[in-house]
Each structure stands twice: as C-alpha cells, then as structure tokens.
Ligand binder design. Structure first.
Ligand code: BV8
Length: 259
C-alpha cells in the first residue's frame, strides 16, 4: 500500500509539533503488523467469534471453560508476537518529548514492551506506557476478592476445577480485561479524559472508534479544540472530524511522521 501524500504527513507533523499536550489513542490496528488479529477487519476476532459468547460476564458465568480457552489462545498468540515499527516509533517519540499521553484499548501489552525496550529503565519506561482502558491479557483477577496478579503458566481448561483459582480465597480467577457491559476502571477513565480535555492535538491510530465509552476520547478532544489526526488504511467513525486523515499502515507511516 503506497503511503499518504507528503503534504498530509507534513500537516500532521506540524499539528503534533505545535501542540504542547498531545493524546495518542490506539486500537487493534496498531498491532495488526505484529500479527495480532484485529476485531472487525478481515480475519478479525469478531468474524469468527461472537463477543456476546466470549467477552461478557454472562458468557463467563455460563461457561468459564470456553471463555478461558479463548483467552488462553489469544494469550499464546500474542505472546509469540513482537512490538512492530509503530509501537517502537511511538515509544521513542513519547520518551523524546514532553506532554504526550498514550491511551489504548489494546490488551496485548505491546505498547508496554516497546516502552521497556526504548527506555533506559522501568521508571522512565512508564512515561511511554499506555492508560489501558480495557485491561490486559497478561493479568488475572479473582472473581471473589481483590486479588490480582500477572498471568502464570498455561491454562488447563479441561474442567472448571482445573481453571486458575485464587491463592488467597480459592475463588475462580478471570482475565483482567473489561468485558462488554462492564464498567471501565474509574481511575483510568479519569486519567484518559483529563489528558484529553487539555490536549491541543489528538493522534488516532488503528481504531474503528465503535466501542464506548473509550471511543468518546476523540470526540472529547475535538470538542476541547484539539487538532485531530487519524491514521488508518480504512474508514473509521472519526473520519468526519479529522483535520488530517492519513491513509496507510501504522508501521509504515509512524516512523516517517514521528521521526
Ligand atoms: C460499558 C477487552 C457501561 C476485552 C473490549 C454507547 C453507544 C453504543 C453502545 C454502547 C454505548 N455505551 C456502552 C455501549 C455498549 C458497549 C459498546 O460500546 N458496544 C459497541 C460494540 C456498540 N460498551 C461496553 O459494554 C463497555 N462497558 O459501557 O459499561 C455500563 C456497565 C454496567 C452498567 C451500566 C453501564 C465496555 C466495552 C469494553 C469491551 N472490551 N476489549 C477483549 O479484548 O476481549 S473492546 C475491544 O473491541 C477492544 O478493546 C476495542 O475497544 C474494540 C475493538 O475495536 P478496535 O480496536 O477499533 O478494532 P477494530 O478491529 O474494530 O478496528 C481496527 C482498525 O484498525 C480498523 O479501522 C482497521 O482499518 C485498522 N487497521 C488495520 N490494520 C492496520 C490498521 N490501522 C493502522 N495500521 C494497520 N496496519
């Protein structure tokens, strides 16, 4: 795919350089070139699986083995993937300037991995780590007590008894992601929308903008007067409010745009 016209990239770069505070909002598309399936695109997860069957508390209550099998498969798939040129260009750019808040819908931890690769230490890496609105594939939390931990080892889904259980209270563990019909973590929503309300530019990468309340981030930025730059090879819900639309792949365009 040939990239966006140079004039569009220049206009986007100017919008980002002029902004003291920037919000970057990402979706599954930023990880597509790493081999992580998107949700709605060709080969997208929702083409094969129905979200209401797998990504809701009701589905988990109905058949926790099926839901755990699916998350274990996604975890193994993502664990074999590497951050791509888009994740890396973003991490370098954020560490190289002030005033950028990265907000992501992704649960694949590839932004975190790129931040840790790019930063000299964990402390500084945190500046390039995203506000994770929808959680992480690589953490679990107890369905009964506040216990939460990094995912350990393979999941044995042969029976409910073999599924991960809480070492504190014996309750059934579940993936630490936000399912449909569930509230997002309040502190993360506050952090994302606080940064958005005062941003002069908003860079949107690889999202259809169809899932709320996360999708509201870009509308809030626009309403606050931010210049909106949308990078996506396809059509998105944000095209109508974009000041600059860059049609292209994140891994090809971001290294140019953020150089
Ligand atoms: C809630 C974690 C409240 C789990 C996810 C308002 C209006 C309508 C509906 C609602 C509304 N408010 C709430 C709802 C209901 C619902 C919702 O939004 N439904 C939608 C489907 C209509 N929202 C909720 O349920 C939310 N909770 O509202 O609670 C509440 C609760 C209780 C009581 C009262 C109120 C919770 C939503 C969170 C769900 N969890 N993920 C998991 O991953 O398993 S959502 C999940 O899907 C992702 O996190 C992400 O958010 C979404 C996928 O979207 P994208 O990332 O955009 O991916 P997609 O495939 O769509 O697009 C990829 C894009 O990349 C494409 O544009 C493509 O062209 C592009 N691309 C492809 N290749 C590249 C590329 N771009 C660049 N480079 C490339 N190489």
């Amino acid at each position: 795919m040939s990239g966006p016209p140079a004039a569009a990239v220049a206009a986007a770069r100017t919008a980002l350089e002029r902004a003291v505070r920037v919000v970057v909002f990402t979706g599954a598309g930023v990880s597509a070139e790493s081999g992580v399936p998107t949700f709605r695109g060709a080969g997208g997860l929702w083409r094969t699986f129905k979200p209401e069957d797998l990504a809701t508390p009701v589905a988990f209550g109905r058949d926790p083995r099926l839901v755990w099998e699916w998350y274990a498969w996604r975890r193994e798939t993502v664990a074999r993937c590497e951050p791509n040129a888009a994740h890396r260009a973003l991490a370098r750019w954020i560490l190289g300037r002030a005033g950028v808040t990265l907000v992501s819908q992704n649960v694949d931890d590839l932004h975190e991995r790129a931040a840790r690769e790019a930063a000299p230490d964990a402390e500084r890496a945190r500046r390039a780590e995203p506000v994770k609105l929808h959680g992480s594939l690589f953490h679990d939390h107890c369905t009964r007590c506040p216990y939460r931990a990094g995912a350990r080892g393979a999941v044995d889904a042969t029976s409910v008894a073999t599924l991960p259980h809480c070492p504190e209270c014996g309750g059934l563990m579940r993936p630490d992601v936000v399912w449909f019909g569930e509230m997002l973590p309040a502190r993360r929503v506050e952090a994302a929308f606080a940064a958005t309300a005062e941003a002069e530019a908003c860079l949107v990468i690889g999202t259809t903008g169809a899932v709320y309340p996360a999708a509201g981030v870009v509308h809030t930025a626009k309403a606050a007067g931010a210049r909106v730059v949308v990078l996506d090879p396809g059509a998105t819900e944000y095209d109508g409010l974009a000041d600059v639309k860059l049609v292209g792949q994140a891994g090809e365009v971001l290294p140019q745009l953020l150089a």
